[in-house]
Design a protein around this ligand. Sequence first.
Ligand code: FES
Ligand SMILES: [Fe+2]
Length: 417
Amino acid sequence: MDMDQETDIGSLVKQSGVHSALYTDPTVFERELKNVFEGNWVYVAHESEIPQDGNYIRRTMGLQPVLVTRARDKIHVVVNRCAHRGNLLCAPERGRKRSFVCQYHGWAFAQNGDLVDIPYPSGCANVDREQSGLRTARVETYRGFIFASLNHDVSPLVDYLGVAKQVLDRVCDLSPVGELDIGPTWVRHLFRANWKMMSENEADGYHVNFVHNSFARAIDQSGKYENILVDDESDVGAVSKYLGNGHTELEYESTYADPMTWLRVKEDRYPEYLTAMCARYGEAQAREKLRCGPPHAFIFPNLFIAETCLVMIQPLGVGETVNWHTPLYMKGVPDAVNRRILRQGEVAMGPSSFLTADDAIIAERQWRALQGAPGWLDLSRGAHRETVTNEGVVQSHYTDETSNRGFWEHYKSLFAA
Ligand code: FES
Ligand SMILES: [Fe+2]
């Protein structure tokens, strides 16, 4: 299929499947940069990563390098490209500065992007200083999660998140003070695959017992996972969900009977944690929150709450993507709980772990095999047995492609005329 700027990208998404060109065509990727990563909300950072006045951290929105900064308690996101001749303004990954001085010719910019100084100013009389600041993004936060959009007319973040606010609430409310704490502990893996292969995979329940079979067997001594593979699929219990606006979830809470199962411990392992949660939420709610545990949910297009890890997806090109992950530490919990979360992250997602390596291999195989225009791919599993909740959440069996169909439905809407 020959793609160009006029091709109707929406015509490549059907209810029953998607066209492979959506993963492999460089023109599609170019158009995604504008319609997905610049025109809409993108997750950029967590407030705890820039706790002090003057802190900054480098991130990207699609291919745009940006700086997320804090100036007098206001958070800004500015494009990290000098307004003079386009030099990368700030090279360190994170730090604390009053202003950013370009190393090429010394122009200086405030944390909000304003141009504040030009060396040897008499020669720059023609430069309109008001108009020569850094490009800025619109910024909104929800419970510490910072989102930005290069489209200042984008709809409010709370509307965009919609029902998915609940998954962010759910993870924050596992802290007895309601706050997360993201440290400088990111690990980055390069995947030679299209970014959407990873976004889809995050809430794909169909692959789990095949791709991650060795992991499932390692953590579950009961033989349950083995039975799922060979026996009745209705035993799984978890649910595949489409939350709207591209946000998806694999809901595991109904598979957890007791508090702290998600930490793979009994509740008496961390009595101080239980006490602090009861003090904040009351005993019944605290126990219920600790039973449900953190969500396994994807916020379109690049944030994944992977239970006790946080994941960001960064596209580098049509066939290159960086998977960032870090443990999701919580404020107000005993150190031992955060250490447990770190250990779980190492086993699940670290460099010598199971899950990331498994998913990387599958994504890269899929990427390689899709070269050469194979055509339409099937995504129809379970479409006949979905139900819709009062909140508009579409849900179905854990192994159904409900979440992925939702992802693509929203993706398609971003290219509507
Ligand atoms: S490119 Fe930044 S000052 Fe010239
Ligand atoms: Fe996976």
